[in-house]
Structure formats: structure tokens, C-alpha cells
Design a protein around this ligand. Structure first.
Ligand SMILES: Cc1ncc(COP(=O)(O)O)c(C=O)c1O
Length: 471
């Protein structure tokens, strides 16, 4: 269904961008294919076509605000035609980087995943790990970033092993061809254990039932296990008094290999390290008993991002540890503000200004008019709502960044949009609005909504395309 630039959509090129924006054609000077978009045609077919084009290395541009409709080729020679038509109606063409595809049907919503930042964060954590093996935690689709591309980048950047929470997450990585060792933190029932064993994944065990399930599954091949001991988190893992028995049964079970011993920290993001040091002291006691029982694990680990960023104090408190399990810090967020480390945000969540209106004093904005204008002002409606990952709790508290300036959210966050008061600032329909990322930090955006960076990152909606940059 690819058409030449002159065989415009049935509505004419002018109809492609019904809402006026600025007279600007971004991407001038770049050769390649462009994808023009509007809301009238079958988006699924066009998405496939657009993906196909990008796979062949074309430069693809699109008006990020609208759904794909009409696709055409545009060489450098045709650029003037494109520019004139778009310019007359004020639409914008935004070039995408090769290897990305248009935000089809997402009206410009986009979560940009910066693999350069991911590599830089991995390098920072590799440096801080000082020779300890990194198990990069990729649970919940790599904290919402996209587990498969993230895994590839992190493995190339020096993270030797991966950790996920569920057997399904491990299988998805294997299905996608990721071959690195994977640790399944939640453990697995018998059925999943069999599959994981056959696919070379290690499994954490928390209670004796899991060892029995693994023993039955071990006919598919030896199963590597990590024993988790609960030293104070009181969430998962065996209580210290049970852990010895669990370890013994794992050692004695044919087909089960004790590859690791681990614990998880409950307080490492707090300035007071005493509770953490107490956990590590309990962990070391367990390690001593484990060695006496004949365990010779390849890996001993306790540190999440906070535990790793705490640095030497914790490393010295448990010198047996030769591996770490960071998650959040890899994605460029800090578990707590006082922790050190040069980290760069990996995900930037953006939407677009969908409409602008002037409101009179007293006018309410959004459901239940939870905000009312105090003066004549302008409100921009941005196409990002709670279905996209903006918490309702950010209503009247959070901010969005448009053209390098922040504007306060006004009115209750809707499923698909939120208002921001822009006054008489130069904001136009079609402008990009950032919720968090390289402008507003995810920690700050989370704080404004009374939540944590973890929740914001994993809460980015499934309909928001992840656009991987710098892969
Ligand atoms: C067992 C375990 N290890 C490591 C991590 C990584 O933690 P963080 O994202 O704080 O680095 C998690 C995540 O909560 C976890 O559950």
C-alpha cells in the first residue's frame, strides 16, 4: 500500500494535520523514507509496513501526534513538497532514528529507552562492584523498559548474569534468544522447574517444597539453585533456623546443585546502616554453617542497588559476597537521594499537547473540577493519563516539562490525558511534554505523586511504545 508522495491520502495532504502547530519541518536535510500519518486508515497494516521499512534501515519520520494512515516515500528531492504541504497546515514531521518505528496509534506517547545511558549505568555499577559478578535484575519487563533489548545491552556492557522474578519472565528471554545465565528469584513449581532446568536457568529456593519439586524436575537435567535466607526482610527466603535444613536437603537431592546463597536487604536505602549490618551478620552466620555443611556455592550475594551503592561499608561487612543484584540503579534511578553514583535516566516518558484552551477565572478543569482557574489563563491538555503511567495521585501536584520549562498539572489526571497550566508561555498543540526522564527525574515525579520511582517505571502503560535509542 505504499504510495508515491503525489498520490496523497483521499483527504489530501492538507487533511493529514487538522490541528495547526508551528510552521516547522523537522528532519530536513535527511534522506530516506518518511511516514505521514493521520487517523483515517488501518493502523495495523501501516504499522507492519512502517516496521518493515525501518528493518531495512530507512530513516522514518512521522507526525507523532496522530495515528498512522498514509505512508509515502520521500527522497531529498521531494522534501520541498512535503514541507510546503505540511507547512501550510502547520503539521510537524519528526524524524525517528533508524531502527525505531512510529508511535502508531499512540498519539505521540512514547517511552524512549536510552541504551547509551543504560551502558553508562552498567559501567558505573561494574566499577562499584569491584570484581563482583553482576546479576542484572530484569524483572517486570526490565522495570518497564523492555527486557529483551535491555538484556542484550547490559550483557554487552559487562553484566554477566540476569535475574528475573518469575519463570515466565525467564522463558520469554530464552524464547527471544537470550542465552546468558538467568536466576529466577521467585522460585518455581514443579512444572516450571522442569522447563527452567531444561533451559539452563537457576532457581531460588525459599522452602523445602521447592526442593522437592526441583528434585522431580531434575530428570530434565541438573538444576542449579540459590538458597535464600531471610535475615530480616520477612518477605521471602527461609528463616535462618529453617535454612540449614533447606540447604541440607538441597545438597542431598540428586540433580540439584547449590550454586548460590543469598539474602535480601530491607533497609539498605536508609542512611542508618545498623539494621543492614545486623542482617549481614545473620547472613554470615548462615554462610559459616553452610560451609560447615559442605556447601561450596559459586555465588554469594545480598546487594540490591542500594546495597551496592552503599559501597565498602557493606562489602567489608560481608567479604564472602562475590556477586550483586542491582535493578533500579541500572535504569538510572537512585533508591535514595543520599546514595552516591553517577547514574543517567534511561527511560523518558513523553506525550504531546493535544489541545490548548483559555479558561476564565473560576472555570474547573477535569473530572470533578478539582482545580479551578484563579485568573484568565491557558491550559494545555497533554495526551498522557493514568493508562500511560501518570498516577492519579499526581493530580494538582505533579508537573510536565514542555520546551524545557515545567508546568504544573491542573485538574484530576484522566485515563488518557492531563491538563497543565501554561499561562501565556509559548506552548503549541503538538509540542512534546515530558512526564519524567532526562528533564524531570523519575524520582522527583514519583515524589510528587507520593510514590516511588520503581512504581512509576513499571506503571508505564502497555500501549506506550518503547522506542529504543542508541541500541
Ligand atoms: C531479590 C531481589 N534482588 C534484587 C532486587 C533489585 O532491587 P533494586 O531494584 O532495588 O536494585 C530485587 C528487587 O526488588 C529483588 O527482589
Amino acid at each position: 500500500m505504499r504510495a508515491g508522495v503525489n498520490s496523497a491520502s483521499p483527504h489530501g495532504l492538507e487533511d493529514l494535520y487538522p490541528v495547526a502547530g508551528r510552521k516547522r519541518l523537522r528532519g530536513e536535510g535527511r534522506a530516506g523514507h518518511y511516514v505521514a500519518v493521520d487517523r483515517y486508515r488501518d493502523p495495523v497494516a501501516l504499522e507492519a509496513q512502517a516496521r518493515d521499512e525501518t528493518r531495512h534501515g530507512a530513516t522514518v519520520g512521522h507526525c507523532a501526534r496522530l495515528a498512522v494512515d498514509h505512508q509515502f516515500e520521500c527522497s531529498v528531492g521531494h522534501r520541498r513538497i512535503l514541507g510546503r504541504n505540511f507547512g501550510q497546515r502547520g503539521g510537524r514531521v519528526k524524524p525517528l532514528r533508524p531502527g525505531t518505528f512510529p508511535a502508531v496509534g499512540s498519539a505521540g506517547r512514547e517511552a524512549r529507552i536510552d541504551h547509551g545511558a543504560l551502558r553508562a549505568n552498567a559501567a558505573e555499577l561494574v566499577k562499584r562492584a569491584e570484581g563482583r559478578t553482576i546479576f542484572a535484575v530484569l524483572k517486570a519487563d526490565a522495570y518497564g523498559h523492555g527486557a529483551v533489548p535491555v538484556a542484550r545491552t547490559l550483557l554487552a556492557a559487562g553484566c554477566e548474569r540476569l535475574a528475573v522474578m518469575t519463570p515466565g519472565e525467564a522463558s520469554s528471554l530464552r524464547d527471544a534468544g537470550v542465552e546468558a545465565p538467568i536466576l529466577v528469584l521467585e522460585g518455581a513449581g514443579e512444572e516450571a522447574a522442569g522447563e527452567l532446568a531444561g533451559r539452563g536457568c537457576a532457581v531460588v529456593v525459599h522452602h523445602p517444597g521447592q526442593v522437592e519439586a526441583l528434585a522431580r524436575a531434575a530428570c530434565a537435567g541438573p538444576v542449579a539453585v540459590h538458597i535464600e535466607v531471610d535475615t530480616g526482610m520477612h518477605r521471602m527466603g527461609a528463616k535462618p533456623e529453617m535454612a540449614d535444613g533447606l540447604l541440607r536437603s538441597a545438597i542431598e537431592t540428586p540433580g540439584v546443585v547449590v550454586e548460590g546463597l543469598m539474602t535480601h536487604l530491607a533497609h539498605a536505602d536508609e542512611p542508618d546502616l545498623l539494621p543492614t549490618l545486623a542482617q549481614l551478620s545473620r547472613f554470615r552466620e548462615f554462610l559459616k554453617r553452610a560451609r560447615a555443611a559442605g556447601a561450596a556455592p559459586s555465588f554469594v550475594h545480598f546487594a540490591n542497588s542500594a546495597g551496592l551503592l552503599c559501597g565498602e561499608v557493606l562489602a567489608e561487612a560481608c567479604p564472602e559476597a562475590n556477586a550483586v543484584r542491582p535493578g533500579l540503579a541500572l535504569y538510572g534511578a537512585r533508591p535514595a537521594p543520599h546514595l552516591p553514583g553517577e547514574l543517567r535516566p534511561v527511560m523518558t516518558l513523553v506525550g504531546r499537547v493535544a489541545s490548548l484552551r483559555t479558561v476564565e477565572p473560576g472555570a474547573g478543569v477535569g473530572y470533578s473540577a478539582t482545580w479551578r482557574a484563579e485568573r484568565v489563563t491557558r491550559v494545555a491538555t497533554v495526551g498522557l493519563g493514568y493508562a500511560d503511567g501518570i498516577p492519579v495521585a499526581a493530580s494538582n501536584r505533579g508537573a510536565l516539562q514542555i520546551r524545557d520549562r515545567r508546568y504544573p498539572m491542573v485538574g484530576r489526571v484522566s485515563m488518557d490525558s492531563v491538563g497543565v497550566e501554561v499561562g501565556d508561555a509559548p506552548v503549541a498543540v503538538g509540542d512534546e511534554a515530558q512526564a519524567f526522564g532526562d528533564g524531570i527525574s523519575v524520582e522527583e515525579a514519583a515524589g510528587a505523586a507520593g510514590t516511588i520511582a520503581y512504581e512509576l517505571l513499571v506503571g508505564v502503560g502497555g500501549r506506550v511504545p518503547r522506542v529504543h535509542v542508541g541500541v
